[in-house]
Design a protein around this ligand. Structure first.
Ligand SMILES: *[C@@H]1O[C@H](CO)[C@@H](O)[C@H](O)[C@H]1NC(C)=O
Ligand SMILES: *[C@@H]1O[C@H](CO)[C@@H](O)[C@H](O)[C@H]1NC(C)=O
Ligand SMILES: *[C@@H]1O[C@H](CO)[C@@H](O)[C@H](O)[C@H]1NC(C)=O
Ligand SMILES: *[C@@H]1O[C@H](CO)[C@@H](O)[C@H](O)[C@H]1NC(C)=O
Ligand SMILES: CC(=O)N[C@H]1CO[C@H](CO)[C@@H](O)[C@@H]1O
Length: 419
């Protein structure tokens, strides 16, 4: 397969440095420094029990009609190369009932920046899995959903209580890894973590089953199995078995399937030296019968997960990489979003390491990127609150390819779409 670039200069790009030069290192401002990771072993069991008793949990519901689906659920697995996942019998079971996305790519390595990107449209140079807190003034997809009255929830298997902000939580019986903050996309955003009403929507899978039973599941969900179940500490076989147990009963559950689109995906490919192609499947009662069992070969990445939701509910955008990302074609064919293809050589695009940014740990610091407050995509514009917060920092044609991509950095979207 060959994809490629229209031309390097027309690609959306990151303002870092001219090709071949060393990126400018700007002193890291005090207020953007990542907080030191708390020592996980210092999490006292008594504190957890006390916090469990008082943790705020909310399960608001809504029914905002979408153009193609009324509920969107993504379920994330870990570190598996495309072929390994595609060969697993349980993943195959779901692929036969849905649409296989053959050319969906992660945006970098390792895990945390991929989760961060999938909800915020940017990974801010993050190139490892530390304790990260994104400044409050940075928005994520939940800001877009809330503006339209669409409810959301994040479900994390074995998170000890709703809104838990610790670095990780181990199994109390055997000490094995259970919950990790790096796989919890919304808690990374202080705009969620520091807002108690929002943190109360970040819950564990015990509460998923309670919400399911009570028919109080939200319209947008992100589900992360624990470190055993998602394959991280185990194998794709364990991940596939977990998924089969979890999802198969839901396929016929009326409290779950309400014109629902489910994305089964992986965060990243395991092998760093090959393209970061990840196995993904779209499934659910929102998938039209004629597309069941088919393969979609369009180019997608984690930013497509935001742009597809934006297209479906006609949301505003974040003005980041979400704007240019391809909308899943089963949705784009109804919303009129144009799908683009690479026209040059795609084979050298590995997306296997991070460009500079505020969270880069390898000395490649770069200023916090300013969203494109004037972005337009098929009539969708940047969220007014984002515009208000960031407009004074324009003009910075950050996401629109005004500058060339520095050598070797793989910018994670297509050439710009235009209006
Ligand atoms: C899940 O979260 C709830 C609410 O905070 C808490 O009471 C419960 O103990 C948690 N369940 C597990 C298995 O940790
Ligand atoms: C992870 O989840 C599975 C079931 O979903 C459970 O059996 C296991 O005890 C959990 N924790 C660990 C550390 O495996
Ligand atoms: C990315 O992949 C290319 C091609 O295999 C390889 O040369 C490079 O070392 C990889 N980078 C990292 C950071 O693994
Ligand atoms: C966003 O918040 C950070 C951290 O508080 C601050 O340094 C930065 O100036 C803010 N940016 C804008 C545009 O308000
Ligand atoms: C593009 C692509 O598929 N990348 C790699 C991901 O991992 C598998 C290994 O299972 C490779 O075959 C792919 O080339």
């Amino acid at each position: 397969m060959r994809f490629s670039l229209v031309s390097a200069a027309s690609l959306a790009s990151v303002v870092i440095a001219a090709p071949g030069t060393t990126p400018t290192v700007i002193a890291r401002p005090e207020n953007l420094a990542a907080p030191a990771p708390p020592n996980p072993t210092s999490i006292d069991k008594a504190d957890i029990v006390a916090a469990q008793a008082s943790a705020l949990t909310r399960s608001p519901t809504s029914n905002v009609k979408g153009k193609v689906f009324d509920r969107y659920v993504s379920i994330w697995f870990e570190n598996t190369d495309y072929d390994m996942a595609a060969a697993d019998p349980n993943f195959q079971f779901f692929a036969k009932k849905g649409i296989t996305l053959r050319n969906k790519f992660a945006v970098t390595h390792p895990s945390e920046p991929n989760y961060m990107a999938a909800v915020g449209g940017e990974y801010f140079g993050l190139d490892s899995d530390p304790f990260t807190a994104i400044p409050r003034n940075v928005s994520s997809v939940v800001d877009l959903l809330e503006e339209r009255g669409i409810t959301w929830g994040v479900y994390q298997e074995d998170m000890p209580y709703s809104g838990f902000q610790g670095f990780e939580y181990v199994n109390q019986q055997n000490g094995a890894n259970d919950y990790v903050r790096k796989h919890n996309p919304e808690i990374l955003y202080d705009s969620v973590a520091t807002n108690p009403d929002r943190a109360a929507l970040v819950k564990n899978t015990t509460l998923f089953f309670e919400d399911l039973k009570a028919n109080t599941l939200p319209q947008w969900m992100f589900i992360t199995p624990n470190m055993t179940s998602d394959g991280h500490d185990t194998s794709v076989t364990v991940a596939g078995e977990w998924l089969r147990n979890f999802l198969e009963p839901l396929l016929t559950d009326k409290n779950f399937m309400q014109n629902t689109l489910v994305l089964i995906t992986f965060d990243e490919n395991e092998t760093y030296s090959i393209q970061n192609n990840i196995f993904s499947v779209l499934i659910g009662d929102a998938v039209p019968a004629e597309l069941v069992g088919t393969t979609d070969t369009n180019y997608y990445n984690h930013y497509s997960e935001i742009s597809t939701v934006e297209a479906n509910w006609d949301l505003h955008t974040l003005g980041r990489w979400d704007v240019g990302a391809n909308v899943f074609s089963m949705v784009a064919s109804h919303t009129g979003d144009r799908l683009r293809t690479w026209t040059g050589d795609f084979s050298t695009m590995f997306f296997n390491y991070s460009y500079p940014g505020i969270f880069n740990t390898r000395g490649k610091w770069a200023p916090q990127p300013v969203p494109d407050v004037h972005s337009r995509r098929n009539g969708r514009t940047t969220l007014p609150a984002i515009k208000e917060a960031w407009e004074s920092l324009q003009p910075r044609n950050y996401y629109h390819g005004a500058l060339e991509i520095p050598d070797g950095y793989h910018v994670p979207v297509y050439p710009p779409l235009g209006a």
